[in-house]
Design a protein around this ligand. Structure first.
Ligand SMILES: [Zn+2]
Length: 484
């Protein structure tokens, strides 16, 4: 029985192909019919004339592991048309790990000690099953999380028995349904992990047909070496690699995506490689003196020691306190920050690259977050696609739907075809735009009119519907569907 008919819109199906005029009928959790759909008794008609009907967007780079519980309506993402989030990026996942002390940065970006309470990945996914969010979740296991759980000290390579333990944790997570392993080799908990440690763990991914994503060791002067290291992991383990939030940072490296993208393209010709990016020239993570030194401007996003400083510039805080920037960084710890350290032409070059997926990298628990948390997808659609003309709308949608669904093995999603899961976003191509700014970062976007997840509305009339139809997208279930 038909539940909804989206009447009179232009369908962009996620494949990159041209839009076409069609009605879309939803029955239960599936897309039932596309074309000239007749009236159906009991079906709710929604007039979407002049609007785009697209597959729901897939945010491939999130830190929403705990946000799915803390803010189950997921308004930051639903308001952008996102219907699926990939969690556990940059080496940090909420599971599998239990600790009774403050998590080392950057694990503190997603939770405090009490939040790390899932000793098995299966327990975390079961908790999501019991308490579903509005959006679907595909979950990565973080290498740094594995290290914290398995090692007695993090400032060295793993001992053989520790590596065995990490492998057991990872295998449990893969058996439970994790879609892959992420690393954050630029961060303290993982920077002493040699390539051999990553390759040993990545070897477990191949039998599971899972993938490896990486926040590389170096995105500055050493970016080419880091790309080579990342590709080598993929080749050694025989698994796909995703380069996270690709960029070249620091003034000395402005323009160098002109070097990195051809290197990535050459790798793609030989092995499975993907990449994601967010549409801003500022990054955001934990506050550190080293990062602050390389940025032209730093905005504090949260501070445990001085919470009232969130939203202020680091230089102004240091001046007000009459201390050096380095001392201000120490006094604010633990803390987070936004760093201006990219060049706009690099951001545009990476976004335009045909293999680039869109990922917000939003930090949902920051007090004064980077606007990418609420603005990424509408900013690509409105600012970069419509206003600057970087690419056509069909290509923008493909980067958010068909491309990531294929890369992460999300079968039956990221496409508008009969029989696919009814994850759908209806937006106005003339008005869609991000409204979250660095000053007021939690403002919902304009132009996203209806969002459906598994056939149920999660966002309409500028607010969450209150429904929570999201599902855990377990790797085995998706692979089984793929074979059908
Ligand atoms: Zn990262």
């Amino acid at each position: 029985m038909t539940d909804y008919i989206l009447r009179g819109g232009e369908v962009i199906d996620g494949s990159g192909g041209p839009r076409f005029r069609a009605d879309v009928a939803i029955a239960g959790d599936r897309i039932a019919e596309i074309g000239a759909v007749g009236r159906a008794a009991g079906a709710r008609e929604i007039d979407v004339t002049g609007r785009i009907v697209a597959p729901g967007f897939i945010d491939v780079h999130t830190h929403d592991d705990r946000a799915l519980f803390a803010t189950p309506q997921m308004a930051a993402k639903a308001s952008q048309g996102v219907t699926t989030v990939v969690t556990g990026n940059c080496g940090i996942s909420l599971a599998p790990l239990t600790i009774d002390y403050a998590p080392p940065p950057p694990l503190d970006l997603i939770g405090e000690a009490a939040d790390y309470r899932y000793g098995r990945f299966a327990d975390y996914l079961a908790a999501l099953d019991r308490s579903p969010a509005a959006l679907n979740a595909a979950c990565l296991v973080g290498h740094s999380t594995l290290r914290v759980g398995a090692m007695s000290a993090l400032d060295r390579p793993a001992e053989p028995h520790e590596l065995t333990r990490m492998g057991e944790f990872l295998q449990e997570a893969l058996d439970a349904g994790a879609v892959g392993l992420s690393s954050g080799l630029a961060y303290a908990p993982a920077e002493h992990a040699p390539p051999a440690e990553i390759e040993a763990l990545a070897a477990l991914l191949r039998p599971a047909a899972a993938l490896y994503t990486t926040h590389m060791r170096n995105e500055g002067s050493g970016v080419l070496d880091s790309l080579a290291e990342s590709f080598a992991v993929g080749r050694a383990a025989g698994v796909p690699v995703v380069i996270s939030h690709h960029k070249t940072i620091g003034r000395d490296n402005f323009g160098r995506t002109g070097e990195t993208l051809p290197v990535i393209a050459a790798a793609i010709a030989k092995q499975e490689v993907g990449l994601d990016a967010y549409p801003y020239i500022a990054s955001s993570t934990v506050l550190s003196a080293g990062q602050a030194e390389r940025a032209s401007k730093v905005l504090v996003t949260w501070s445990k020691s001085a919470p009232e400083q969130a939203g202020r510039e680091l230089a102004a805080i240091a001046a007000a306190w009459g201390v050096s920037v380095k001392d201000a960084v120490d006094r604010l710890q633990p803390a987070g920050a936004i760093y201006w350290m990219m060049d706009e032409p690099d951001v545009q070059r990476v976004l335009r690259f045909p293999h680039t997926m869109i990922g917000s990298d939003g930090l949902p628990h920051d007090f004064h977050p980077h606007p990418r948390l609420w603005g990424t997808f509408p900013r690509v659609l409105g600012h970069y696609c419509r206003d600057l003309g970087l690419f056509g709308l069909e290509e923008a949608v493909r980067k958010m739907t068909g491309l990531p669904a294929a890369r992460f093995g999300l079968s039956g999603r990221g496409a508008i075809v009969a029989g696919a899961w009814a994850d759908l976003t209806v937006f106005d191509p003339a008005t869609v735009i991000d409204r979250a700014t660095f000053e007021v970062p939690t403002t919902p976007a304009a132009g996203i009119e209806h969002v459906f997840v598994n056939g149920r509305p999660v966002w309409a009339a500028g607010k969450p519907s209150g429904e929570r139809p999201g599902r855990v997208l377990r790797r085995q279930q998706m692979q089984a569907q793929h074979v059908e």
